[in-house]
Design a protein around this ligand. Structure first.
Ligand code: HEC
Length: 447
């Protein structure tokens, strides 16, 4: 199969050879009697893996463009399939990333049971966002989920009005499902096998991608002045404290907009991390601290110009704990990392795992169990006594000039009782005990 990029190169080559000196874009239109033009192809070229290290800002934008491409449909059979005939941000469309598996309801089930297949409709579906412009049909067909229910599994973003949610692509989902990392018991089984050296560390396949989206609820003033029109957004109705997609008598309209999109891909061993946010900070109250960002050294792809997605900015990217000078990278988003802005994606995520001593999933600072310290979440500068840690192979990367006498952990054996989930935090954070009964026989490492 010829890739989109390949097709474009071929088109360009044909165009050059047949219409030398012409404006190629005009050529098909003016050439009367030519065969009909091929259907429009708005799908962006596939991101190039080596750009993760070589040109990270460009890589982030290429990923972003691929993910915000409209999806063909939001039924389970069509998960992740882009509709190349529609422009990104076309009114009423839903983006590809929103059709992936939703971590809350479709991967980490309340009863710790085996998730349904990628294309299976048995899992609870959820509401979908949309580019502004038309009333889409998608909301009507979607079942209501806990997505905007703060007492449910949606992650409430600090004290800031809004919610976060995680989506997984097929490679990520299949790895979690096949290895039965969707439950706490499954994580414990796998971790024990790692500690017993029956299997290597948890390592996701290179095709894995996850996103975390943060949505803010617009104020009435913002709605009145048309702010939601510039956001990828969702319209809901609330009545007696319940949210629904349909309007009914006495229901109040509430509008949420996509504020931040975190993107995580296994393009490199420590994953490639990128964060995008809307250029306007919306909702109330606003975060108390700004995020910690880096300059965008690339540019938004031209294909996004004039669409709702042109309102989003790259906050930064990360591929390692430290930069080329050995200084720790501090990267965060004001909304999602509200309260933890002085950390970095990689530092914080390296805490995700299973701790044999505590016999529990673990995330955030495990200082009190003497595990290890990493560029601590929300501490700046990183205090004496802290070290940066590398995960997969267990190598610790010390803070430059770190007074080793203050080291509060034993460097040897630091990873003896702790198994990391390859930076994937949703496993220790969201997995539940297997209360529905034993896992399928296909789950590995069962006694
Ligand atoms: C202070 C700790 C912390 C920092 C800093 C942090 N995260 Fe997270 N992140 C978490 C936790 C906890 C979760 C799991 C809860 C959830 O799914 O919302 C998570 C979940 C995610 C997910 C969902 C995938 C998964 O399972 O891990 C993505 C994607 C993500 N974060 C990206 C980022 C990016 C990009 C950055 C840096 C800009 C970042 N995170 C910084 C703590 C952090």
């Amino acid at each position: 199969m010829v890739s989109v990029l390949g097709r474009r190169l071929m088109q360009a080559a044909t165009c050059l050879s047949l219409f030398v000196g012409w404006d190629c874009a005009l050529a098909p239109a003016v050439a009367a009697g030519q065969p009909p033009a091929t259907p429009a192809d708005f799908c962006p070229p596939s991101p190039v893996r080596t750009d993760a290290m070589d040109n990270p800002s460009k890589h982030a934008w290429d990923l972003f463009a691929t993910l915000v491409q409209p999806a063909v449909a939001t039924d389970p059979k069509s998960r992740g399939v882009p509709d190349c005939s529609r422009r990104p941000g076309a009114p009423g469309t839903t983006s590809v990333w929103e059709t992936w598996k939703l971590a809350d309801s479709e991967v980490f089930k309340d009863d710790g049971s085996y998730p349904a297949d990628w294309t299976d409709a048995n899992d609870e579906r959820h509401l979908f966002g949309q580019a502004p412009g038309q009333q889409p049909g998608f909301h009507e067909q979607a079942a209501l989920s806990a997505r905007f229910n703060t007492s449910g599994e949606g992650v409430y973003i600090g004290s800031v009005g809004g919610l976060g949610e995680t989506y997984m692509n097929k490679a990520t989902f299949d790895f979690i499902r096949t290895n039965c990392l969707y439950s706490r018991d499954g994580l414990a089984r796998y971790a024990k096998a790692v500690l017993d050296k029956a299997v290597g560390p948890i390592t996701f396949p290179p095709e894995s991608i996850e996103v975390k989206a943060a949505w803010v609820q617009f104020t009435d003033a913002e709605i009145g002045s048309g702010v939601p029109n510039n956001f990828y957004s969702i319209v809901l109705y609330v009545k007696n404290g319940q949210l629904s997609s349909g309007q009914s008598t006495g229901a109040t309209k509430v509008v949420f907009g996509l504020q931040t999109l975190h993107i995580l891909t296994k393009d490199v061993p420590n994953w490639f991390w990128a964060t995008f946010h809307h250029k306007i900070f919306a909702g109330k109250p606003l975060p108390s601290q700004p995020g910690r960002e880096y300059p965008d050294t690339a540019q938004m792809p031209a294909s996004l110009a004039g669409t709702v997605w042109e309102n989003y900015k790259l906050g930064g990217t990360q591929v390692n704990f430290v930069d080329t000078t050995g200084s720790p990278i501090v990267l965060s988003d004001a909304h999602i990392e509200n309260g933890f802005v002085n950390s970095s994606c990689i530092s914080c995520h390296s805490y995700g795992g299973w701790d044999k001593k505590a016999a529990s999933p673990r995330f955030f600072n495990p200082l009190n169990t003497g595990l290890f310290q990493i560029g601590l979440p929300n501490q700046e500068p990183v205090p004496d006594g802290a070290v940066l840690a590398k995960s997969v192979d267990g190598t610790l990367v010390p803070w430059p000039g770190f007074p080793s006498a203050n080291l509060q952990v034993t460097r040897n054996n630091v990873f003896d009782d702790f198994v990391q989930t390859d930076f994937v935090m949703s496993i220790p954070f969201r997995a539940k005990p297997e209360t529905a009964g034993p896992p399928p026989a296909s789950c590995p490492f069962q006694k």
